[in-house]
Design a protein around this ligand. Structure first.
Ligand code: HEM
Length: 118
């Protein structure tokens, strides 16, 4: 259940980031609030799913958390630049690329769950 919640929050975060960065104007305050609520949720929920994961693969768990926190910073850079009307392609690529890396690391760490296995 905590893993499903983690996955759904991750997908919502990806959608919020894409919608905010693709918006025609720079009025993205509601998207920024939603993204921040999702990070807080993902950090708290992440610690819950970390308990079994750390026993399985401590190194990858560590890498995954560092990548996730780094990605949260990259998303913040992109959203703040967008809100100020100074968004660059590099910032968009960094935020989306970071999310892609975290998704891949997450699925490797969770061994394909919640889709494959118990
Ligand atoms: C940008 C934020 C994050 C994204 C997009 C993200 C995404 C994911 C995804 C897609 C998975 C695969 C399993 C699933 O589908 O639920 C996963 C697994 C995992 N995530 Fe995250 N995550 C984020 C932040 C965090 C944080 C902050 C932590 C730790 C505090 C964390 C800890 C974990 C752990 C331990 C697993 C493996 C769970 C298991 O093996 O059962 N994640 N994450």
């Amino acid at each position: 259940m905590f893993l499903w919640a983690h996955l759904i929050a991750g997908i919502l975060l990806l959608l919020v980031v894409i919608l905010a960065l693709a918006k025609k104007d720079n009025k993205i305050a509601p998207y920024m609030i939603a993204a921040r609520m999702l990070y807080i949720f993902m950090i708290l929920d992440g610690f819950r799913v970390l308990v079994p994961a750390i026993q399985r693969n401590i190194t990858l768990s560590f890498i995954k958390i560092i990548a996730a926190i780094g990605t949260i910073a990259l998303i913040e850079f992109a959203l703040v630049s967008k809100a100020k009307g100074k968004l660059t392609t590099n910032r968009v690529l960094a935020a989306i690329g970071g999310l892609a890396v975290v998704f891949v690391l997450g699925f490797i760490l969770a061994q394909g769950r919640p889709f494959i296995g118990a």
